[in-house]
Ligand binder design. Sequence first.
Ligand SMILES: [Zn+2]
Length: 466
Amino acid sequence: MADIYVRGGWIITMDSRRRVIRDGAVAVEDGVIRAVGKREELDPQYKNYSDILIDARKSVVIPGLVNTHVHLAQGLLRACADYKRLIPWLKDRVWPLQGNYKPEEALVSAKLVVAEMLKSGVTTFLETGLVGRYGVDNIIEFLHESGIRAAVARHVMDLKGYALEENILHEGLVEPGDTSFNDTLRLYQKYHGWDSRIWIWFGPRTPGAVSLELYKKISEKARELKTGITMHLAEVREDVEYTTKLFGKKPVEFAHWVGLTGPNVVLVHVVWATSEEIDLLAKTKTSVSHNPSSNMKLASGGAKVAEMLRKGVNVTLGTDGGPSNNDYDLLREMKIAALLQPLITGDPEAVRAEQVLEMATINGARALMVDNMVGSIEVGKKADIVVVDFNQPHLKPTNNPVSHLVYSAMGSDVRHVIIDGKLVVYDRRILTFDEEEVLSKADEAAHNLYQRAGICLEPDLKWPVF
Ligand SMILES: [Zn+2]
C-alpha cells in the first residue's frame, strides 16, 4: 500500500551512493518515502494498491530542488532594474520600490514567486530578508498554505549604509536594531519548525547596514536557538573595500570575526573571495549560495565555484530575485552555473553536471540544515519529489538524464511536484492555491507600487511604444 506510487522512468536518487535507477519507482506513504528501487521489483507490492499512481515512464524523477537565495518581495520588480550595477541598482530602483510596498502587494509578489518556484520544481527555499512593511506574518502563513518548505530570514539592521556609502538605504526599509532583532525572535517563537516546513532565520543586512555589536548578537542568538543566518557577502568590489579599509580584513575574514561563519550560515554570492578566504569557508563549514545569473547580469563578477568545490566548500544554488535574474527557475540556473565555470577557468571540466545537480539538491538541503529530512530520494526521508517530463524534443535522446537536466531542461518541463508526501503540482497545475487569481492581481499590484515609487511606469525600451 502507498499513498502515491511514482512508477517508471529514471530515478536520480542523490542518496549517499548517488544511485541512478533506470526504469525505477518510488512509493510514498504518510509523507515519507517507503520504497525506492526497480519498477519490476516494486510493482507487485504497489502498482494495484496505491491511492495515486503517477506514470513516470517517459520522465526523470528527482528530489525536490532547493533554492538557497530568494527575494519574495522582488517578484513584482521584474524588468524594473535592468542594465545597472549593484549599488545604483539598489539605490535608484530596487530599494525605492521595495520601500513603497503595502502588505497586500508584497503578498501578491510572494505568491507569484512561490507559484513560479513550485512549477519549476523547487520544494524548499531560503528567503533572504523580509521586513515589517511587507506583512511578514501573512507571507509566512501563505507559505505554509502553499505546501512549500521555507527557511525565512527576517532582515536585521541598525545602520542605513551599504559598504562605504552611508545613509543610502531607502527610508521605507529602515528599521531600528531592536525592532528588527526582536521581531525575528517573535517570528521564531511563533513559527519555527511549523510542520517541519517553516523555519525562521536571521537575515542581517550586508556590511555597512549592521554594527559589529549587532552582528555578534545575531551570531550568538542564532547559535543558542540552533537556527540559521544568511547574508549577502563579497558580491561586489565595494564590499571588499569596506571591510578592508575599516577593519583591515577581507570580507570572509570579517564575517568570521563577527561570528558569521559556520554550518548554520549561508553566505550569498561570495564573488570576491581570495584562495585564503575559500580555505576559511571550507574550514568553518560555511555554505555558499551561488547565484550566477544575478552576478552576470549586474556585472558583479564570477564566483570561483570550481575552486570552492575542490576545497570542500558546501556550494549551493540560488536564483536571487526578479530584478537581478529575472526569473526564479532553478533548472535554468543550473545551466548558467554549469556554463560559467568553464568560461572563467578555461577548463571545460571545471564543474560537472553531477556537481551542479548536487548544488541544487543535497548541498542546498545541507546548507539549510535539513539534509536528514530532504535533498534526496531515500527510504525514510520526507517525500519531496519532482517529475520532469522528458518526452520532449529538447530532451531526446534520453541517453544521459543528468546532463539533460542541467544543460537542456527548464522549469516548464516539470510536470508533477510532491512535497511532504502531498501532490502540490499535478500536470502543471498548482493544487494548493489559486494561481489564476495571483496572475490576475499581479499587474494591478505592480502598477500601484510603481505609481507610489514613481519608477518603472513605462517599459525601459529603446523602441517607441504605441
Ligand atoms: Zn540577493
